[in-house]
Write a protein that binds this ligand. Structure first.
Ligand SMILES: [Zn+2]
Length: 375
C-alpha cells in the first residue's frame, strides 16, 4: 500500500512509519499518546524518589551493593550512575556488557565515571565467535532489527547476573524524557524475543550458541519480577531529566565525552542506525529521537527539521566505518554490501512471540503499569 507523504505538524514523525495515524489537525498518534497517556503521569511526586531510595538502601543492607546499573557509556546510563551515587547516596555495582562493539569514547566514559565516583565495575565479555555468527545471521535474514544480538546479550547478561547474586534491583537509564516516543515495531522489533533470535540463527547461523546469554519475555517479565523479586527500575523517570544539562554536568565533572548521536557509544549501533536502517529501509531513527525531545520541550520542531536535512550518516567516514564492520565480522566489504541488496524482510518472516508481547503490553497498559512503549 502506498501512502501519500505526510509529516506530523507537532513532531517530525512521518509516513516512513507505516502505521502512523494522523488526526484531523494533522497531529500523529505518537503525539496524541504522549499528551493523553504519558504527560499527565510523567513526573511523580518527590515522595516517589524518597521511597525509591529507601527501598533500594534497605535491599542493600549488609551487602556490598544496593543495586546494579547497566552502563553503556551513553549519556542516560552515565548520568543515572552519577545521580544515584552522588545525589541519592546509593552504592551501585556498575555492570557493563562488552559485546565487541564498544567505541573508544564509550570505554573512556565508563572509566571516567567509575573512577570519579569510586565505584566497582564488572564487565562481562560476550563470546565473540558466537556473537559474530549471530550478527551475520541477522544480516542474512534481511530483517531491519539487526542490532538485536548486542541488545539481547546486554539485558540477558544483566538478568542472569542479578539472579545469580540475588541483587533485587537493576537500574537502567531508560527514560521518558528522551524516549517518550519509541521506534515503531516495523522499524525495530522486540530485541528481547529469543524465539525470533533463535529462529534467525537456526536459518542462517553456522555454529552453535553455547555461551550466548538468552532471556525470554516469560523469564524477565514474569519469573524475575513476580517469583524472584528482581525488578528493573528506571529512576530517570523520577527526576526532571534534561539531556543537555546532564551532558554539561558529566563533561564538567568527569571529562565525559559526548557522542554525535544517541546510541553511538556502540560502533555497530552507529553504523546500523545512521546508515543501514535509513539506506536499506528508509527508517531514520533521528525522527523518533528528535520527536521525543520536541514533545519534552528540549528541541524545537524547526531545529529538528534543519538537522534532518543533513544525511543521517557522516559521508566522510562512512566508507571507513563499513570497512571496520566488515573486517570485524571477518567478511569483505563486497559481502557486507551484498546484504544491503537482499529482499526486505520483517519480523513476521520468522518465528516470534509477538502475540505474547502484544498481550503483555495490553495487560500492562490496562493496569497503568506502562504508558510509553512500542506500537
Ligand atoms: Zn507527532
Amino acid at each position: 500500500m502506498i501512502h501519500d507523504y505526510q509529516r506530523c505538524v507537532s513532531c517530525v514523525m512521518d509516513t516512513s512509519d507505516p502505521k502512523i495515524v494522523f488526526d484531523a489537525r494533522g497531529v500523529c498518534d505518537h503525539c496524541n499518546n504522549f499528551y493523553k497517556n504519558i504527560l499527565p503521569s510523567w513526573l511523580p511526586l518527590p515522595s516517589s524518589l524518597e521511597s525509591f531510595t529507601e527501598r533500594i538502601q534497605k535491599q542493600g543492607r549488609n551487602r556490598d551493593f544496593d543495586c546494579i546499573i547497566g552502563m553503556s557509556g551513553g549519556v542516560d546510563s552515565s548520568y543515572l550512575t552519577y545521580y544515584v551515587t552522588r545525589e541519592l547516596g546509593l552504592r551501585p555495582l556498575v555492570f557493563h556488557v562488552d559485546a565487541g562493539w564498544n567505541s573508544q569514547i564509550a570505554v573512556n566514559n565508563i572509566e571516567r565515571l567509575v573512577d570519579g565516583l569510586k565505584l566497582d565495575l564488572y564487565t562481562e565479555v560476550i563470546d565473540w565467535e558466537e556473537m559474530k555468527d549471530l550478527q551475520l545471521a541477522f544480516f542474512k535474514s534481511g530483517v531491519p532489527h539487526i542490532d538485536t544480538p548486542q541488545n539481547h546479550a546486554y539485558f540477558a547478561t544483566m538478568y542472569k547476573f542479578a539472579n545469580k547474586y540475588d541483587i533485587k534491583t537493576i537500574l537502567t537509564g531508560a527514560n521518558l524524557s528522551t524516549e517518550c516516543l519509541r521506534n515503531p515495531i516495523e522499524w525495530m522489533y522486540y530485541q528481547s524475543d529469543s524465539t525470533q533470535l533463535l529462529d534467525i540463527h537456526r536459518n542462517f547461523g553456522k555454529g552453535k550458541l553455547r555461551n550466548f546469554p538468552l532471556t525470554s519475555i516469560l523469564w524477565h517479565k514474569v519469573i524475575l519480577p513476580y517469583f524472584k523479586g528482581i525488578s528493573v527500575v528506571s529512576p530517570l523517570n523520577l527526576i526532571p531529566y534534561v539531556k543537555q544539562e546532564a551532558m554539561d554536568l558529566l563533561q564538567d565533572k568527569f571529562g565525559w565525552q559526548p557522542y554525535p548521536q544517541k546510541h553511538f557509544e556502540s560502533r555497530f549501533t552507529s553504523f546500523y542506525e545512521s546508515y543501514w536502517l535509513p539506506e536499506r529501509f528508509g527508517y531514520d531513527v533521528r525522527k523518533v529521537q528528535f520527536s521525543s525531545l520536541i514533545l519534552t520541550k528540549q528541541m524545537t520542531r524547526n531545529e529538528a527539521l534543519i538537522k534532518l536535512k543533513q544525511p543521517p550518516f557522516n559521508r566522510d567516514t562512512i566508507k571507513h566505518d563499513i570497512k571496520y564492520i566488515a573486517n570485524k565480522l571477518g567478511i569483505d566489504v563486497e559481502e557486507l554490501n551484498s546484504y544491503m541488496d537482499l529482499p526486505l524482510k520483517t519480523y513476521k518472516d520468522y518465528k516470534s512471540q509477538r502475540a505474547i508481547y502484544s498481550l503483555g503490553t495490553s495487560l500492562m497498559k490496562s493496569v497503568g503499569l506502562e504508558v510509553g512503549g512500542k506500537r
